[in-house]
Design a protein around this ligand. Structure first.
Ligand SMILES: Cc1cc2nc3c(=O)[nH]c(=O)nc-3n(C[C@H](O)[C@H](O)[C@H](O)COP(=O)(O)OP(=O)(O)OC[C@H]3O[C@@H](n4cnc5c(N)ncnc54)[C@H](O)[C@@H]3O)c2cc1C
Ligand code: SF4
Length: 534
């Protein structure tokens, strides 16, 4: 089925006769790499089937740039496969994925379906439904990750921590190993990292790819059909093909990796990327693989001898440690974890998450790039956006939905564990050992936000004080049982208890006033508001 926004694309894709095919290999939006196809698919080149379902707008108002990226990357990959000699059938449809797949197979009774297990739970569900109707279906295990779910899922369920998992994967892959011991003698060099960004340091430019006619057609489609969705489509500059992903990797190796470690946790008003790679966008749809990213980083560092071990190790850990760990957690914890809400918070999202409008500089600086680009790096996600949500008693499931719809690299397998496991402690401590909360001191130490803020980071309570200061202590007091259970965090409760009653009352009073006046807006009401504008 064609829509009016595929003419450039259709003109480049050779026509095929569907009736002449029997074997059909389904390519998902996050499996865009022909290196990962099963070997017989590579050899025999069966019909490749792509389903671009536009029904997503009814489910989630995904960021416009995320939709542009996803659909354009699918279209570019379909064309690339066609050039490699695969017959390609690409369906851009207003129906949902499941209905489209079933209807295609109902019209082509001789087709047999082959596919690789999708990463996201809902698609597995859709395929199980399909399989119950069409038994002539073959599923292959997903090969886009490095670590085995079977080997590690149960240990993660029992509270096994990432650091130990990471050491096993280092041994499995041989990355940064000297025989059986870690290169340099330590597994982790984070003590040398976590520096504030010096004023004089120049930030590298971010990856910037001009949209071609295929991407422009998708931009027009998204602007027209998804105009009420979250985020801005203007200035779309992400890559959309494997070669763009590899260019982004090279740019990062040349300009970012050296300073990745020291400034990994820094935040600044000067930009939202700093020395981060932005490679999650490409890795999460399969355009580039975690293995080739790690291999390239290690090779670059060996050849140039210009990369400190603390930066290289820190970067490799994010990929073979955190990324793999998070994925196994998803496999182990689904689907019950979708409802996780350890603290029982039930408040809607603060309105600022939809608008970026607030007097709090840290929040406005971190929401604005999400609206514009669907991206901020890890620390704003964790220590600003999630922290504020925790401190204001916001429902973690609402936050999870916001991250899922708002970020260019968000897919359920990766966003859910990061939000409900890591950043909000909604799973009660299976992934993280304590809730991630912080006051203004942390933000002031790691960023240049506070100097430009309407609130005073030095003041602890009152109308002029940094809200994070009193909200932090209020949270520690209200959730004291959780902190008490954790040896490492117990000191926070003790510190609060040592405050005199005047201070404690002022903390309570400021918090109650701030929370009572905090504007909030659910996704449903935000959607209604957006719809009423058009
Ligand atoms: C609340 C919250 C939500 C998040 N949501 C997502 C998400 O939707 N999609 C996503 O890919 N990552 C998510 N992350 C993890 C991490 O923040 C992003 O992977 C990272 O910021 C992506 O930017 P980058 O490519 O510049 O990363 P870099 O800092 O350059 O790191 C390199 C790579 O390491 C991997 N990585 C690092 N940390 C993690 C992690 N915790 N989980 C998974 N991969 C990791 C990513 O693939 C990333 O590309 C989230 C983290 C938090 C705290
Ligand atoms: S003073 Fe407080 S609210 Fe303002 S930027 Fe700093 S941490 Fe954020």
């Amino acid at each position: 089925m064609k829509n009016s926004y595929t003419s450039q694309f259709d003109a480049k894709l050779p026509g095929i006769n569907l009736l002449t095919h029997t074997d059909v290999y389904l390519v998902f939006y996050d499996q865009l790499n022909s290196n990962n196809f099963p070997s017989w698919v590579k050899k025999e080149k069966p019909l490749l089937l792509f389903i671009e379902s536009l029904q997503t707008k009814k489910l989630m108002p995904f960021h416009k740039k995320k939709l542009i990226f996803k659909f354009s990357a699918m279209r570019h990959f379909a064309l690339e496969c066609s050039k490699l000699g695969y017959p390609v059938s690409y369906h851009s449809t207003a129906n949902d994925f499941s209905t489209s797949l079933i209807s295609l197979f109902e019209s082509n009774k001789n087709w047999k379906l082959y596919y690789m297990t999708p990463n996201e739970w809902d698609f597995r569900h859709a395929l199980n439904k399909f399989k119950s109707q069409f038994q002539n279906t073959t599923e292959y295990p997903n090969n886009f990750f490095l670590a085995s779910v079977e080997k590690y899922a149960e240990r993660i369920l029992n509270g096994w921590r990432m650091e130990y998992f990471y050491r096993e994967i280092r041994k499995q892959t041989g990355y940064l190993m000297d025989g059986d011991t870690p290169l340099g003698g330590q597994w982790n060099y984070d003590k040398e990292n976590r520096k504030k960004l010096p004023k004089h340091i120049t930030l590298p430019g971010v990856f910037d790819e001009e949209p071609d006619e295929i991407t422009q057609e998708v931009i027009d489609m998204v602007d027209d059909q998804f105009s009420n969705n979250f985020g801005k489509s203007a200035n779309f500059n992400f890559g959309v093909s494997r070669s763009h992903g590899l260019n982004a990797l090279n740019l990062f190796l040349e300009k970012g990796l050296k300073n990745f470690g020291p400034y990994e946790d820094a935040m600044t008003t000067r930009g939202s990327v700093l020395f981060h790679s932005q490679l999650s966008t490409y890795m999460n749809v399969g355009l580039i693989s975690p293995k080739e990213v790690c291999d390239a980083a290690i090779e670059y560092s060996e050849i140039t001898k210009s990369i400190p071990l603390s930066s290289l190790e820190g970067f490799i850990r994010q990929i073979i440690g955190w990324r793999e760990f998070i994925r196994i957690y998803y496999e182990a914890m689904m689907p019950a974890v979708r409802e996780a809400n350890y603290f029982g918070f039930d408040k809607d999202l603060p309105t600022v998450y939809w608008t970026s409008k607030t007097k709090m500089k840290c929040l406005s600086e971190c929401v604005r790039p999400v609206i514009e680009q669907g991206y901020v790096h890890h620390i704003p996600r964790l220590m600003i956006l999630s922290n504020f949500s925790n401190l204001t008693g916001t429902d973690p499931r609402a936050l999870n939905e916001w991250f899922w719809l708002g970020f260019i690299d968000a897919y359920e397998w990766v966003v859910l564990p990061n939000v409900l496991g890591m950043s909000t402690f909604a799973d009660g401590g299976i992934l993280a050992s304590k809730p991630y909360v912080a006051g203004g001191n942390y933000v002031n130490k790691m960023s240049d936000f506070c100097g430009n803020c309407a609130y005073s980071v030095k003041e602890k309570t009152g109308d002029n004080a940094c809200p994070l200061n009193y909200l932090y202590w209020n949270f520690i007091d209200e959730q004291r049982e959780t902190f008490r259970k954790n040896g490492r965090a117990n000191f926070m409760v003790n510190t609060f208890d040592k405050k005199n009653s005047e201070e404690k009352n002022a903390i309570k009073e400021s918090s109650e006033k701030f929370l009572a006046n905090l504007p909030r807006l659910s996704k449903k009401d935000w959607l209604k508001k957006e719809a009423s504008k058009s």
